[in-house]
Design a protein around this ligand. Structure first.
Ligand SMILES: [Zn+2]
Length: 221
């Protein structure tokens, strides 16, 4: 009898769990789309490549903070001849748990949204251990989590936001987690406002790997 009762109850319990879940959890969806205005690029660098960025605001960040970070990133990448040709800001509604960087939930979020890449996600924080201010996922470290390839996840409260975004995006474009401790280099392990330089070799790798992975395009139009 016990066995039979369990057989009968299980489908009912499953059905209740599924319907309760569907009713209580708000869906992951795009609420608004807007273009981030062009950054003022300092005169001097010859721009040879373009980058189209998608910026997902998944935790109600102030838009001005995101815009300032994207503009600083544009100024830093210009030294490699890269122009951010467009940056689309996508405002996302998601359940609270999905607003944090947390591999299984972030994979689900990225899969549902299917945003163009590279994508910068501005999150409420991180649930990862160790907890970094920001993480970059390229091709080389995404084999077990393919939805996260070519994405950057930035935690609320990250210091030197524009530098952090440029640093993580450079990891993605180079498809490399390497750090460089030359004075002033952007790819120092700890970001500081003084660390904004990329070497010629780093720029060459960004352009070559970024183009090969279809994240950059040659030509500036
Ligand atoms: Zn790094």
């Amino acid at each position: 009898m016990y066995g039979r009762l369990q057989t009968l109850l299980l489908p009912l319990l499953l059905a209740c769990t599924l319907s309760a879940g569907a009713a209580d959890v708000p869906p992951i969806r795009v609420e608004a789309r807007a273009a981030i205005a062009d950054a003022a690029i300092p005169s001097g660098p010859v721009l040879t490549h373009t980058l189209a960025l998608t910026v997902a605001n998944i935790a109600a960040w102030p838009e001005a903070e995101i815009t300032a970070a994207v503009h600083e990133t544009a100024r830093i990448l210009a030294q490699c001849g890269i122009r951010i040709a467009r940056a689309d800001l996508v405002t996302v509604a998601a359940p609270d748990a999905h607003r944090y960087f947390d591999t299984p939930r972030s994979r689900e979020l990225a899969r549902v949204l299917a945003l163009p890449k590279p994508t910068l996600y501005f999150t409420a924080g991180t649930r990862q251990t160790p907890a970094f201010d920001a993480e970059a996922i390229g091709r080389g470290n995404s084999r077990t989590r393919p939805e996260l390839a070519d994405t950057v996840w930035i935690a609320r409260g990250a210091r030197d936001l524009g530098i952090v975004v440029a640093h993580e995006l450079a990891h993605v474009l180079m498809d490399s987690g390497a750090h460089d401790h030359s004075p002033g280099n952007l790819m120092a392990e700890s970001t500081t406002p003084q660390n904004t330089q990329l070497s010629n070799a780093q720029c060459a790798r960004i352009r070559a790997t970024g183009t090969r992975n279809s994240l950059l395009h040659s030509g500036v139009n």
